[in-house]
Design a protein around this ligand. Structure first.
Ligand code: NAG
Ligand code: NAG
Length: 309
């Protein structure tokens, strides 16, 4: 009896698959928050290899590159970065925070499928990531006029060549009420979501073992918050179109339908504002997805109550 218990305990703390993290906007790869997540994963799975993606070894520069730069080139530089890490050769699991989750998904589409030296992604977990883009800037308080005028300025310049090659958030801006201009000018998202008429057949995520999407229930930073579940929201009418009812899924532009049919797409909610993640949330997801024990099957949607709130 005791031996059985011990065996179960051991089996839940074994993990040999390395983990790659990619931080969100405003954060940096070596911040206390990111270091804390890596430490927590190592506490649960001793000896596990964890790598935090940075676009520069200089953390301040990395933080700045989360705001300004060409996203496509940034993801391609991460292909080289990960290819150069011997520990990742056999593949890795990944956790992406906010826009870092979108970029890790882009890595999965762009790199291992065309270049054998880029390590494959096995399970991908994204927290509050704008997979379907953002249709607005973070919402402003009712009398925050500075915020409102900044958003207005952003929107007036979002489709310029400079924004679409240099301003990171502009490269995943997507307003469903203005699809023509988006499909014509989007510097990043329209390509990576394979939304243009000419499809790129190599963009196929179905090789992932699992794609786990987490939405924050009170998110006002990613607008609409349902983008984290790859849903489309018409901000004017409020109508939400679920992923399964969208063309990107039904015509399987990037392999999501194959994942869904296999039961390997999962949708979860964490209560709270954007990126309001505490240790319990990290622990729950780490135990559920990062161990070698594959016996845990996809269940119903589950919800974590963020203790910090
Ligand atoms: C494949 O990736 C490696 C490492 O990133 C890179 O050095 C090499 O040039 C790539 N090969 C091709 C054909 O793109
Ligand atoms: C599809 O994407 C791959 C990876 O980025 C690229 O190498 C290839 O040229 C693209 N094909 C087309 C038809 O755009």
């Amino acid at each position: 009896m005791k031996l059985v218990t011990l065996a179960i305990q051991l089996s839940t703390v074994l993990a040999t698959t390395p983990v790659v993290l990619w931080h969100g906007l405003g954060d940096r790869y070596d911040s206390p928050g990111m270091t804390g997540v890596a430490d927590q994963i190592r506490d649960i799975y001793p000896d596990i290899y964890v790598h935090s993606v940075g676009l520069s070894e200089d953390g301040g520069k990395d933080q700045q590159m989360g705001l300004l730069g060409n996203v496509r080139e940034q993801v391609e530089s991460v292909c080289d970065q990960l290819a150069a890490i011997p520990e990742l050769k056999g593949g890795f699991n990944a956790i992406g925070f906010s826009q870092g989750g979108l970029f890790l998904r882009s890595y999965a589409e762009l790199c291992p499928l065309t270049n054998a030296s880029a390590p494959v992604l096995r399970k991908l977990i994204t927290f509050g990531s704008p997979h379907n883009g953002i249709a607005d800037m973070p919402l402003c308080g009712p009398s925050d006029f500075l915020c409102k005028s900044r958003n207005k300025l952003f929107k007036s310049q979002v489709w310029t060549k400079n924004s679409q090659t240099n301003v990171v958030v502009a490269q995943y801006y997507r307003d469903p009420n203005h699809m023509d201009v988006y499909l014509e000018k989007s510097g990043f998202l329209a390509d990576i979501n394979n939304e243009r008429q000419q499809k790129n057949k190599t963009y196929d995520l179905s090789y992932l073992e699992k794609f786990v999407m987490v939405m924050f229930s009170e998110d006002t930073t990613v607008v609409p918050m349902e983008s984290a579940w790859f849903q489309e929201v018409d901000l004017e009418s409020g109508q939400v179109t679920h992923l399964e009812d969208r063309e990107i899924y039904q015509e399987d532009w990037i392999g999501l339908k194959k994942l869904g049919k296999r039961g390997d797409l999962e949708f979860h909610t964490v209560h709270g504002q954007h990126m309001e993640i505490n240790d319990d949330v990290i622990e729950t997801f780490a135990l559920r997805y990062l161990g070698d024990d594959d016996d845990i099957k996809a269940g119903d949607d589950f919800v974590f109550v963020n203790q910090a709130k």
